[in-house]
Write a protein that binds this ligand. Sequence first.
Ligand code: ATP
Ligand code: FE2
Length: 334
Amino acid sequence: MTLILGLEGTAWNLSAALVSEERVIYEAESTYKPLHGGIHPREAAQHHASELKNVVSRALRGAEKEGFSLKDIDAVAFSQGPGMGPCLRTVATAARALSLSLKIPLIGVNHCIAHIEIGRWRCGTKDPVVLYVSGANSQVLAYRSNRYRILGETLDIGIGNALDKFARYLGLSHPGGPKIEELASTGTKYVYMPYIVKGMDLSFSGLTTAAKDALDTGGEKEDICYSFQETAFAMLTEVTERAMAHLCKDEVLLAGGVGANRRLQQMLQTMCSDRGARFYVPENKYLKDNGAMIAYLGLLMLKSGNTTPIEKSVIKPNYRPDEVEVMWRKKRKL
Ligand code: ATP
Ligand code: FE2
């Protein structure tokens, strides 16, 4: 059995988890909550620095109760990017220290690919088109010739950030996505929103502006939230469907924090049912940022001979998924 300790802290959630081939053994987390406004990278990093010891100790104590000890850990995996520089740096420093003191390999993982692999693992989907939607990211991806290829993506901000920005304008605290979902559920009237799909790429910042304008000119917030969601999610569903059609794939996997949205899930489910395809979405705790996904991708990488020497463990705030050669799917031809 292989046991991996995974550390995640690319943005506001700090999390440590122990994962084996069979299961997620234990996960502990601590979430930075801005008092007002959005996430401030340095404040989030300070949160991570002060909580790291506590979060890692809780994960280790949890694993101990399950019969595992420190010496059973085979490697330490951490999010090398993409993410906020100060946050990434804090977590990478802790991971290096643990790797050196426990004398076990270090594994720098791509955060986006971790979202994909935990979803494939938890849902049992083999070769899906992936819709990855979080605060900072919005991408449609699929595996081909040893890499996760980005087929389409946002040209400006991520859908989560677009929702969060509008929520802040409404005076709602971070994260805004779930609160917009709640308001949207009682909206009935569609108000105009710009639908921007260019080829396979998307743009969301105009939606935030249009939503603010609609509010300033007397629109009902429930109707605006409803219209915002309908437009943004239709854009995402369109691009996902086109990717499936081009690649002749019949599975969709949803990943990232925005994936918790029931209306987005419903639209994707309808699209998949209409084309005789299958739609997969993991539990919410594996959609949002979590340490288990980092540990699990670390496990796949360790088993395919991918470790990260300390001198190559520098953080990559703009790390793109297609930079990674996917060694673990190569061998198994998956
Ligand atoms: P990444 O580093 O991958 O960009 P992240 O830091 O944005 O990740 P996630 O936990 O993946 O973290 O996603 C958080 C985002 O998900 C926030 O923008 C939040 O508003 C959004 N979100 C969470 N739940 C919902 C929901 N039910 N509907 C819409 N958006 C949601
Ligand atoms: Fe994420």
